[in-house]
Design a protein around this ligand. Structure first.
Ligand code: GUN
Length: 291
């Protein structure tokens, strides 16, 4: 078993971007600028958004964090988004999900201008992804593809089983893995809560991508010898022995599955850091398009 080290790989990518940013600044250019909107006080979301802001600082990007109260009216949030759409000094922004229940997530996603949608969630960008046209790819699936690429993992003709059909991960990774690209060209099976005989299907997988949010769901008996396993899950479970008061769990029962797999991502330190690296790559890409 070899670890797919997302922390190491994302640091490599960040160093590569930092070199480009230093070069831009040396030539008198402004820094690329990413903003994030965070609605409410959810601890996990706050941690993720803070990591994104910190990563910007580390590589020389400008960053802006817009914090809004949990009870903000939908119209007021849409007005904040419009301000960012019109801010010429901003290359891209994200609205951290999930949003409070009284806000229509689809309306929010539609409101972000596609040219600033570095999350790649806007229907126009999703459409371009499906058609294999240049666009911002959603950060987590993009990070997974980058990890597979940098570890030279063969995906062409392989059977990739995706578990979970969320708009953020499961659905787009199934599209990216099936596209005529490298990595890609896989035969993809997209499974979800209504799938019957999941274990029969996962046992046929050369590559498994699991994005469920159910701690340790994928056990050793569900995995074929030599499979590549990508664990997208990251769930906080209360744990008094930890200073933070919680422990992070992936969707994979790591020790059991690691024994069988050829490559596996750890949690934390696997897909999570790659998501941030992808967001930075998209922001740099947006900067280049605009300058
Ligand atoms: N919540 C969980 N993952 C993501 C992501 O990639 N982008 C945003 N905006 N919110 C998320």
């Amino acid at each position: 078993m070899k670890l797919l080290d997302g922390k190491f790989t994302s640091n490599q990518i960040k160093e590569e971007i930092a070199v480009e940013v230093a070069d831009i600044k040396a030539k008198g250019g402004r820094a690329p600028h990413l903003a994030a909107i965070l609605v409410g006080e959810d601890g996990a979301s706050l941690t993720y958004v803070n990591s994104k802001v910190k990563a910007c600082e580390k590589i020389g990007f400008d960053s802006t964090l817009v914090r809004l109260p949990a009870d903000i009216k939908e119209e007021a949030l849409l007005a904040e988004i419009e301000k960012l759409n019109n801010n010429e000094g901003l290359d891209g922004f994200i609205v951290q999900l999930p949003l409070p229940k009284h806000i229509d997530e689809n309306k929010v996603i539609d409101a972000v201008h596609p040219d600033k949608d570095v999350d790649g969630f806007h229907p126009s960008n999703v459409g371009k992804m499906v058609l294999n046209q240049p666009t911002f790819l959603p950060a987590t699936p993009m990070g997974i593809m980058e990890l597979l690429k940098r570890y030279n993992i063969e995906t062409s003709g392989k059977h990739c089983v995706v578990i979970g059909r969320s708009h953020i991960v499961g659905s787009p990774i199934s599209i990216l893995m099936a596209r005529k690209t490298n990595p890609g060209n896989a035969t993809v099976t997209l499974t979800h809560s209504r799938t019957k005989n999941l274990k029969e299907i996962t046992l046929q997988a050369d590559i498994i991508v699991i994005a469920l949010g159910i701690p340790e769901y994928l056990t050793g008996d569900m995995v074929k010898e030599g499979a590549v396993v990508i664990d997208v899950g990251i769930t906080r479970v209360a744990d008094d022995t930890k200073k933070s008061g919680f422990k992070l769990y992936g969707d994979v029962k790591f020790d059991e599955v690691a024994e069988k797999s050829s490559f596996i991502t750890p949690v934390p330190g696997g897909v999570g850091p790659m998501t941030i690296a992808s967001l930075l790559m998209n922001t740099l890409d947006s900067y280049k398009r605009r300058n």
